[in-house]
Write a protein that binds this ligand. Structure first.
Ligand code: UD1
Length: 393
């Protein structure tokens, strides 16, 4: 789909079931190759990044078959250890295959990953963790050659709690001898889902959700079935869109706890929120108030992935809200597009100040990155009347 046209001036009403989490399923797909057998993923979202992961799996020699929302990967036929440049460039998460291929094959060859442009996205922490496990790494013309005939478990201290580096180290550590202790690990819920997946196929991992994760080097022992956790960022997107436009939505298959910083912000902005077991409901009159300062931070702080969509919700709020983006250097690319819709936002370095305006207008805007694009869609229903020449491209 190259463009979406939104007719504005409508409330958002309805109930929906939240899909499986992108940020959870991608490392899990990489992890499937640890087991030379079959793995079934339930509630697997059909996203372009998932299809890109499947292309990598098939290139490596695995079989991958869909049955509805269930994806089965058979990695018993894996016979390669390289990922070609064009597959690596399709997404950032391709880098997680590095730890998994090393653990399974003892050798890996790939190039630097692609992904949304959010400023520099180095992989130095990933590589440092693998080196500490005993992997030998050589970089030549953008190509990484890694060998790890005998990785040994040990304490690895991450200088920042990078989600991807934590995942890469966890997967590599499954193929190492002895115990690996990851210190200052990321605490995102998706790390917990990866741990649950690994344990489900017989690996020994504990501590996810805390900043110390212990992995006993051990190959998976059996085929498994895993249900992918619900996507907390997709859920946040639906809530923020309803908050902006006004309306009433109920989300099913969500974890209220994983959304607490987002729902707290929407509540502070004047929305009514209620949550029960696996369910969250939001009611908004569409007239919100500003909420002071929102600072993105590693989990359990406010997620950087929800910064753009919350900003979109507050464009018409009374007063000014300040955003401080602490995770990525260049994550305000949606701002110029939102301003085309009549928003009043000024950016200086990592700080964006959003001053509420009475009305937005329809405009032709361009998706800059995944979450920035979601923000444009979230803001789209708010402008009154039709937007015949508008659209998100
Ligand atoms: C993951 C999520 C992404 C989310 C981000 C932060 C997936 C597929 N993506 O991305 O949606 O926005 O977490 O919650 O799960 N860094 C380094 N060196 C490294 C690695 C990271 O300096 O080797 C820096 C990054 O540039 C960034 C920060 O650490 O400033 C956080 O990045 P990280 O947590 O690694 O994000 P990703 O795993 O790429």
């Amino acid at each position: 789909m190259s463009h979406i046209v939104i007719q504005g001036g409508r409330r958002l009403e309805g109930t929906l079931t939240v899909q499986g989490a992108k940020n959870s399923v991608l490392p899990i797909l990489a992890a499937t190759i640890l087991h030379p057998g079959r793995t079934t993923l339930r509630g697997c979202p059909r996203l372009s990044d998932v299809e890109a992961s499947i292309r990598i799996l098939r290139h490596l020699g695995c079989k991958a078959e869909w049955e509805g929302e269930e994806l089965t990967v058979d990695a018993s036929t894996l016979d390669r250890w390289d990922v070609p440049d064009h597959l690596m460039r399709e997404m950032r998460s391709s880098v997680i295959f590095l730890g998994a291929i090393l653990a399974r094959m003892g050798w890996a060859e790939l190039s630097h990953p692609g992904g949304c442009e959010l400023g520099p996205r180095p992989i130095d922490l990933h590589l440092a963790a693998l080196r500490q496990l005993g992997a030998q790494l050589r970089e030549e013309s953008g190509c990484l050659q890694c060998s790890a005939q005998c990785m040994e478990g040990r304490e690895i201290v991450l200088s920042m709690p990078s989600v991807g580096a934590t995942e890469n180290a966890m997967l590599a550590a499954c193929g190492a001898e002895g115990e690996t202790v990851l210190v200052n690990a990321a605490r995102e819920p998706e790390i917990g889902d990866l741990q649950a997946f690994l344990c489900g196929m017989g690996c020994r991992v504990r501590g996810a959700g805390s900043s110390t994760i212990c992995v006993q080097g051990r190959r998976p022992t059996h085929d498994s079935v895993h249900t992918v956790m619900p996507d907390r960022i997709a859920a946040a997107t639906y809530l923020a869109a309803a908050a902006a436009a006004g309306g009433e939505v109920e989300l099913r298959r969500v974890s209220h706890g994983h959304l607490s910083t987002v729902t707290a912000a929407l509540h502070a902005a004047g929305c009514q929120i209620s949550g029960g077991e696996g369910q969250v409901a939001l009611r908004s009159a569409g007239h919100l108030r500003s909420i002071g300062t929102v600072r993105t931070a590693p989990y359990p702080g406010f997620p950087t992935d929800a910064q753009a969509i919350l900003m979109a919700a507050l464009l018409r709020a009374r007063g000014a809200t300040v955003f401080v983006e602490n995770i990525f250097e260049n994550r305000y690319r949606h701002v110029d597009e939102l301003c085309r819709m009549g928003a009043d936002i000024s950016v200086a370095d990592r700080v964006a100040v959003v001053t509420g305006v009475p009305e937005l207008c329809g405009a032709q805007v361009r998706c800059t990155d995944l979450r920035g694009g979601a923000a444009l869609l979230g803001a789209g229903p708010a402008p009154p009347g039709g937007t015949p020449n508008g659209g998100v491209f």
